[in-house]
Write a protein that binds this ligand. Structure first.
Ligand SMILES: *Cc1c(COP(=O)(O)O)cnc(C)c1O
Length: 407
């Protein structure tokens, strides 16, 4: 399979090679305060052969047994042999009995990405970036993060033997900072916001030539995040005993920069292109009221920079880096934006923990809160997946507030 980067805005194509991040033409429009312009997409040239099962993830057997992460390397732009041997992805899809009953929604599912090695969805992207580094003999990676991308890249880097330098705002939750140090990465604390950390880390990568894993800036971060869609489609197909992949009717995705969302959409686009699913789900864009640039732009068509403020630190961004890219993608499919307030997020976190046994951090709880707000528009028998992206243990201060214990 021949893979390339393509600019969705102007169609320019580039080799997937070290040093290539943005489109040469469209990136000239970049300026402070707007989403990144010239974000590239991974595309493959030749048509994959249609198989009896699923070209993305191999045949689904009737019992639904999945043989490890069969997807990796088949529909990804780096060959399987370069992926560090650390169990990323293939995360469980929960059938939350008590929630199904209390909400009257028998086809509600929770995609539990809290059980990735570093405790978040970010590991999917870090894994692909690490594989790319291994393939090209690169030994150091730098990135900015609100916390989870840093702990994730540090974790995968430890498994792969890569040097990791992270730029992290001082206000990041302590657990995420401790993870970075435990995994042996170099921590550069930034006296300011994530947006400042982002700029500083890009400057560092430019000056040193170190590979950047900055979200959206490195196109592999989007591509790596598509694999959850393969897993969801495979598991839903297996449990419906159709023997093929199945797309859910609805999927709720917590959204900050919009990279997870773009990855999830790309995953289903790939499945559709391969003929593994016959339709797309409806994508629900879930944001906190205090950090809602993408949802607002879905309504107005323009990005308006506003300082963000929400308890859900992982989805707190002033300028969504992948905003322009994902807005174009959303326009091609059925989608809708929802927002939740901090108190709705904390109430949803508690409800999720106490009625399902899944303790997720506030950003993930935001997706669940948005689902609770949107469910009036969903028929009870429809299939709904809520994407739970980070462990509740990563932000104990937030969880304390949900319990009314915080001072
Ligand atoms: C990063 C992150 C998100 C949001 O992902 P974006 O790509 O920034 O939209 C959601 N949940 C968790 C736990 C995260 O770490």
């Amino acid at each position: 399979m021949k893979w390339l980067y393509r600019c969705p805005a102007c169609g320019a194509e580039y080799e997937i090679e070290p040093g290539r991040y943005l489109c040469d033409h469209c990136s000239q429009e970049n300026r402070p305060g707007i989403p990144l312009q010239g974000v590239l997409e991974c595309v493959w040239k030749d048509e994959p052969g249609k198989t009896d099962g699923c070209a993305a993830c191999g045949p689904v057997d009737a019992a639904g047994a999945s043989e490890g992460s069969a997807c990796q390397g088949i529909l990804l732009p780096v060959e399987a042999e370069f992926f560090p041997k650390i169990p990323v992805g293939d995360t469980p899809l929960w059938a939350p009995e008590r929630l199904r009953e209390s909400l009257g929604m028998p086809n509600l599912w929770l995609k539990d990405d809290t059980c990735n090695p570093s405790g978040s969805y970010k590991d999917r992207a870090s894994w692909l970036v690490a594989a790319f580094a291994k393939k090209h003999g690169i030994s150091e990676i730098a990135l900015a993060s609100t916390g989870n991308a840093a702990s994730s890249m540090s974790c995968i880097g430890a498994a792969a033997g890569l040097r990791i330098t992270v730029f992290l705002p001082k206000a990041a939750p302590v657990a995420k900072r401790i993870q970075v140090l435990q995994y042996g990465a170099e921590l550069r604390e930034v006296d300011g916001t994530y947006d400042l950390a982002f700029d500083q880390s890009i400057e560092y990568s430019r000056a040193t030539g170190v590979l950047s894993r900055n979200t959206a800036y490195n196109p592999l971060t989007i591509e790596g995040k598509k694999t959850a869609s393969f897993e969801i489609a495979r598991k839903l197909g297996a449990q419906a005993a159709t023997g093929v992949c199945l797309a859910p009717d609805h999927i709720f995705v917590p959204t900050g920069d919009g990279v997870i969302l773009a990855g999830v959409i790309k995953g289903f686009e790939d499945l559709l292109r391969c003929g593994c699913v016959n339709r797309m789900p409806k994508f629900w864009v879930c944001q906190a009221e205090g950090s809602s640039a993408i949802v607002r732009a879905m309504q107005t068509g323009v990005f308006e920079a506003r300082p963000s403020s929400t308890i859900a630190d992982s989805i707190s961004v002033d300028v969504p880096r992948n905003g322009s890219f994902v807005l174009a993608k959303l326009g091609k499919h059925e989608s809708e934006g929802v927002m939740a307030s901090d108190s709705e997020i904390l109430a949803a976190q508690l409800m999720l923990s106490s009625q399902s046994g899944l303790f997720a951090e506030p950003s993930s709880a935001c997706a669940f809160a948005c689902f609770l707000k949107a469910r009036k528009a969903i028929r009870p028998e429809e299939t709904v997946v809520v994407m739970l992206t980070g462990s509740g243990l990563k932000d104990i201060a937030g969880a304390e507030r949900a319990l009314g214990l915080a001072k």
